[in-house]
Design a protein around this ligand. Sequence first.
Ligand SMILES: Nc1ncnc2c1ncn2[C@@H]1O[C@H](COP(=O)(O)OP(=O)(O)OP(=O)(O)O)[C@@H](O)[C@H]1O
Ligand SMILES: [Mg+2]
Length: 232
Amino acid sequence: MQVHIKNLTKSYRDADRELTVIKNVSFSFPPKGSVAIIGRSGIGKSTLMHLLGALDTPSSGEILYDDTNIGMLSSDERAAFRARNVGFIFQFHHLLPEFSAIENVSMPLTIGGIGDDEAKEVAASLLGRMGLKHRYGHLPSQLSGGEQQRVAIARALIAKPRVVLADEPTGNLDVQTANDVQSLLLEMNRELQNTLIIVTHNNELARSMDVVVEMMPGGVLVPISDREPRYA
Ligand SMILES: Nc1ncnc2c1ncn2[C@@H]1O[C@H](COP(=O)(O)OP(=O)(O)OP(=O)(O)O)[C@@H](O)[C@H]1O
Ligand SMILES: [Mg+2]
Protein backbone atom coordinates (compact mmCIF):
# COMPACT_ATOMS: atom_id res chain seq x y z
CA MET A 1 0.00 0.00 0.00
CA GLN A 2 1.42 3.37 -0.99
CA VAL A 3 0.88 6.50 1.08
CA HIS A 4 0.85 9.85 -0.72
CA ILE A 5 0.43 13.36 0.60
CA LYS A 6 -0.68 16.04 -1.81
CA ASN A 7 -0.45 19.78 -1.19
CA LEU A 8 -0.70 19.08 2.52
CA THR A 9 -0.96 22.06 4.87
CA LYS A 10 -1.38 22.03 8.65
CA SER A 11 -1.70 25.16 10.76
CA TYR A 12 -2.27 25.39 14.48
CA ARG A 13 -4.29 28.33 15.69
CA ASP A 14 -3.65 29.94 19.03
CA ALA A 15 -5.70 32.82 20.39
CA ASP A 16 -3.81 35.46 18.48
CA ARG A 17 -1.61 33.77 15.92
CA GLU A 18 -1.42 30.98 13.40
CA LEU A 19 1.51 28.61 13.12
CA THR A 20 1.83 26.82 9.79
CA VAL A 21 3.94 23.74 10.45
CA ILE A 22 3.37 21.94 7.14
CA LYS A 23 2.97 24.13 4.11
CA ASN A 24 1.75 22.74 0.80
CA VAL A 25 3.89 19.60 0.94
CA SER A 26 3.61 16.71 -1.52
CA PHE A 27 5.41 13.40 -1.15
CA SER A 28 4.96 9.72 -2.03
CA PHE A 29 6.21 7.12 0.43
CA PRO A 30 7.54 3.83 -0.98
CA PRO A 31 4.88 1.09 -1.36
CA LYS A 32 6.79 -1.21 0.98
CA GLY A 33 9.94 -1.24 3.06
CA SER A 34 11.13 1.09 5.77
CA VAL A 35 11.39 4.88 5.84
CA ALA A 36 13.02 6.98 8.56
CA ILE A 37 11.89 10.57 9.02
CA ILE A 38 14.46 12.73 10.74
CA GLY A 39 14.57 16.46 11.44
CA ARG A 40 15.06 18.85 14.30
CA SER A 41 12.78 19.02 17.32
CA GLY A 42 9.63 21.03 16.71
CA ILE A 43 9.87 20.87 12.91
CA GLY A 44 6.58 18.97 12.49
CA LYS A 45 7.35 15.23 12.42
CA SER A 46 4.71 14.20 14.96
CA THR A 47 2.26 16.56 13.30
CA LEU A 48 2.79 14.69 10.04
CA MET A 49 2.43 11.28 11.72
CA HIS A 50 -0.87 12.31 13.31
CA LEU A 51 -2.13 13.47 9.93
CA LEU A 52 -0.95 10.27 8.21
CA GLY A 53 -2.79 8.21 10.80
CA ALA A 54 -5.91 10.35 10.58
CA LEU A 55 -5.62 11.18 14.27
CA ASP A 56 -5.76 14.84 13.23
CA THR A 57 -7.14 16.58 10.16
CA PRO A 58 -5.19 18.69 7.66
CA SER A 59 -5.93 22.39 7.20
CA SER A 60 -5.90 21.61 3.48
CA GLY A 61 -4.57 19.02 1.05
CA GLU A 62 -4.95 15.28 0.78
CA ILE A 63 -3.64 12.06 2.27
CA LEU A 64 -4.07 9.02 0.06
CA TYR A 65 -3.60 5.35 0.87
CA ASP A 66 -3.37 3.97 -2.67
CA ASP A 67 -6.52 5.51 -4.16
CA THR A 68 -8.34 6.10 -0.89
CA ASN A 69 -8.45 9.75 0.16
CA ILE A 70 -8.84 9.38 3.91
CA GLY A 71 -10.09 12.96 4.22
CA MET A 72 -13.18 11.98 2.22
CA LEU A 73 -14.18 9.21 4.63
CA SER A 74 -16.76 9.67 7.37
CA SER A 75 -15.37 9.37 10.89
CA ASP A 76 -16.76 5.82 11.18
CA GLU A 77 -15.27 4.82 7.85
CA ARG A 78 -11.98 6.39 8.84
CA ALA A 79 -11.87 4.46 12.11
CA ALA A 80 -12.60 1.22 10.26
CA PHE A 81 -9.99 2.01 7.62
CA ARG A 82 -7.43 2.74 10.30
CA ALA A 83 -8.18 -0.46 12.20
CA ARG A 84 -7.77 -2.52 9.02
CA ASN A 85 -4.73 -0.87 7.51
CA VAL A 86 -2.69 1.16 9.98
CA GLY A 87 -0.66 0.25 13.07
CA PHE A 88 0.63 2.92 15.48
CA ILE A 89 3.59 2.81 17.81
CA PHE A 90 4.37 5.86 19.93
CA GLN A 91 7.28 6.86 22.12
CA PHE A 92 5.21 6.08 25.18
CA HIS A 93 3.32 2.91 24.63
CA HIS A 94 -0.30 3.93 25.40
CA LEU A 95 -1.19 0.44 26.60
CA LEU A 96 -4.47 0.13 28.47
CA PRO A 97 -3.36 -0.07 32.12
CA GLU A 98 -6.19 -2.25 33.41
CA PHE A 99 -5.69 -4.98 30.79
CA SER A 100 -2.99 -7.66 30.73
CA ALA A 101 -0.32 -7.87 28.03
CA ILE A 102 -2.18 -10.54 26.10
CA GLU A 103 -5.48 -8.65 26.35
CA ASN A 104 -3.83 -5.46 25.07
CA VAL A 105 -2.32 -7.34 22.13
CA SER A 106 -5.40 -9.35 21.17
CA MET A 107 -7.75 -6.35 21.36
CA PRO A 108 -7.37 -5.17 17.73
CA LEU A 109 -8.42 -8.64 16.58
CA THR A 110 -11.42 -8.96 18.91
CA ILE A 111 -12.54 -5.45 17.94
CA GLY A 112 -12.25 -6.66 14.33
CA GLY A 113 -14.70 -9.47 15.11
CA ILE A 114 -12.34 -12.38 15.73
CA GLY A 115 -13.28 -14.68 18.61
CA ASP A 116 -11.58 -14.26 21.95
CA ASP A 117 -9.82 -17.63 22.01
CA GLU A 118 -8.44 -17.35 18.50
CA ALA A 119 -7.32 -13.74 19.09
CA LYS A 120 -5.52 -14.77 22.29
CA GLU A 121 -3.80 -17.62 20.48
CA VAL A 122 -2.43 -15.28 17.81
CA ALA A 123 -1.46 -12.74 20.48
CA ALA A 124 0.35 -15.41 22.49
CA SER A 125 2.41 -16.52 19.53
CA LEU A 126 3.37 -12.95 18.68
CA LEU A 127 4.28 -12.15 22.30
CA GLY A 128 6.30 -15.36 22.38
CA ARG A 129 8.31 -14.20 19.38
CA MET A 130 8.98 -10.96 21.19
CA GLY A 131 10.49 -12.80 24.12
CA LEU A 132 7.53 -12.21 26.41
CA LYS A 133 6.32 -15.77 26.86
CA HIS A 134 6.21 -15.51 30.63
CA ARG A 135 4.61 -12.09 30.67
CA TYR A 136 1.20 -12.80 29.10
CA GLY A 137 -0.82 -12.11 32.24
CA HIS A 138 1.16 -9.11 33.46
CA LEU A 139 -0.40 -5.67 33.57
CA PRO A 140 1.59 -2.88 31.85
CA SER A 141 2.58 -1.54 35.29
CA GLN A 142 4.20 -4.93 36.03
CA LEU A 143 6.40 -4.77 32.93
CA SER A 144 9.66 -2.92 32.25
CA GLY A 145 9.72 -0.06 29.74
CA GLY A 146 11.24 -2.24 27.01
CA GLU A 147 8.73 -5.03 27.68
CA GLN A 148 5.86 -2.54 27.51
CA GLN A 149 7.19 -1.25 24.21
CA ARG A 150 7.37 -4.77 22.78
CA VAL A 151 3.78 -5.37 23.88
CA ALA A 152 2.81 -2.11 22.13
CA ILE A 153 4.58 -3.28 18.96
CA ALA A 154 2.79 -6.63 19.09
CA ARG A 155 -0.52 -4.79 19.49
CA ALA A 156 0.27 -2.50 16.54
CA LEU A 157 1.21 -5.42 14.28
CA ILE A 158 -1.21 -8.16 15.22
CA ALA A 159 -3.80 -7.22 12.61
CA LYS A 160 -1.07 -7.19 9.90
CA PRO A 161 -1.47 -3.54 8.95
CA ARG A 162 -0.31 -2.45 5.50
CA VAL A 163 1.24 0.70 6.99
CA VAL A 164 2.98 1.03 10.37
CA LEU A 165 3.51 4.51 11.82
CA ALA A 166 6.09 4.69 14.60
CA ASP A 167 6.87 8.01 16.30
CA GLU A 168 10.14 7.68 18.21
CA PRO A 169 9.35 4.11 19.25
CA THR A 170 12.71 3.63 20.95
CA GLY A 171 13.04 7.16 22.31
CA ASN A 172 12.79 6.24 25.97
CA LEU A 173 14.72 2.96 25.91
CA ASP A 174 18.34 2.14 26.72
CA VAL A 175 20.67 1.47 23.77
CA GLN A 176 20.53 -2.32 23.93
CA THR A 177 16.74 -2.47 24.29
CA ALA A 178 16.34 0.17 21.57
CA ASN A 179 18.43 -2.01 19.24
CA ASP A 180 16.34 -5.08 20.05
CA VAL A 181 13.09 -3.21 19.47
CA GLN A 182 14.42 -1.78 16.24
CA SER A 183 15.47 -5.22 14.94
CA LEU A 184 12.03 -6.52 15.76
CA LEU A 185 10.38 -3.70 13.83
CA LEU A 186 12.53 -4.32 10.76
CA GLU A 187 12.03 -8.08 10.96
CA MET A 188 8.25 -7.66 11.11
CA ASN A 189 8.40 -5.10 8.29
CA ARG A 190 10.15 -7.63 6.05
CA GLU A 191 7.84 -10.44 7.10
CA LEU A 192 4.60 -8.51 6.57
CA GLN A 193 5.96 -6.82 3.42
CA ASN A 194 4.34 -3.59 4.54
CA THR A 195 5.47 0.03 4.84
CA LEU A 196 7.14 1.13 8.07
CA ILE A 197 7.36 4.90 8.57
CA ILE A 198 9.43 5.71 11.60
CA VAL A 199 10.32 9.06 13.17
CA THR A 200 13.63 8.93 14.95
CA HIS A 201 16.41 11.05 16.41
CA ASN A 202 18.63 7.98 16.39
CA ASN A 203 21.14 8.09 13.53
CA GLU A 204 21.91 4.42 13.67
CA LEU A 205 18.26 3.48 13.53
CA ALA A 206 17.70 5.89 10.64
CA ARG A 207 20.61 4.39 8.70
CA SER A 208 19.21 0.88 9.00
CA MET A 209 16.04 1.89 7.15
CA ASP A 210 15.69 1.54 3.37
CA VAL A 211 15.07 5.25 2.88
CA VAL A 212 15.89 8.29 5.02
CA VAL A 213 13.85 11.45 4.60
CA GLU A 214 14.65 14.74 6.29
CA MET A 215 11.90 17.15 7.25
CA MET A 216 12.82 20.75 6.48
CA PRO A 217 11.10 23.99 7.56
CA GLY A 218 7.54 24.11 6.24
CA GLY A 219 7.40 20.33 6.57
CA VAL A 220 9.15 19.79 3.24
CA LEU A 221 10.33 16.18 2.92
CA VAL A 222 13.70 15.59 1.27
CA PRO A 223 15.11 12.08 0.70
CA ILE A 224 18.72 11.98 1.89
CA SER A 225 19.59 8.30 1.66
CA ASP A 226 22.67 9.18 -0.30
CA ARG A 227 24.29 11.05 2.55
CA GLU A 228 24.69 10.93 6.30
CA PRO A 229 21.66 11.97 8.33
CA ARG A 230 22.33 15.42 9.69
CA TYR A 231 20.55 15.14 13.01
CA ALA A 232 21.33 12.74 15.78
N1 LIG B 1 -1.84 20.99 19.21
C1 LIG B 1 -0.97 21.96 18.92
N2 LIG B 1 -1.31 23.25 19.04
C2 LIG B 1 -0.44 24.25 18.74
N3 LIG B 1 0.82 24.04 18.31
C3 LIG B 1 1.23 22.75 18.18
C4 LIG B 1 0.36 21.64 18.49
N4 LIG B 1 1.04 20.49 18.25
C5 LIG B 1 2.28 20.87 17.84
N5 LIG B 1 2.38 22.22 17.79
C6 LIG B 1 3.58 22.98 17.34
O1 LIG B 1 3.89 22.55 16.02
C7 LIG B 1 5.32 22.44 15.85
C8 LIG B 1 5.66 21.03 15.40
O2 LIG B 1 5.42 20.14 16.47
P1 LIG B 1 5.70 18.57 16.33
O3 LIG B 1 5.24 17.93 17.59
O4 LIG B 1 5.10 18.09 15.07
O5 LIG B 1 7.29 18.54 16.22
P2 LIG B 1 8.30 17.30 16.13
O6 LIG B 1 9.08 17.46 14.87
O7 LIG B 1 7.56 16.04 16.33
O8 LIG B 1 9.28 17.58 17.35
P3 LIG B 1 10.02 16.53 18.36
O9 LIG B 1 11.20 15.99 17.58
O10 LIG B 1 10.46 17.40 19.49
O11 LIG B 1 9.03 15.48 18.75
C9 LIG B 1 5.93 22.86 17.17
O12 LIG B 1 6.31 24.21 17.08
C10 LIG B 1 4.81 22.69 18.17
O13 LIG B 1 4.93 23.59 19.22
MG1 LIG C 1 7.54 14.57 17.85
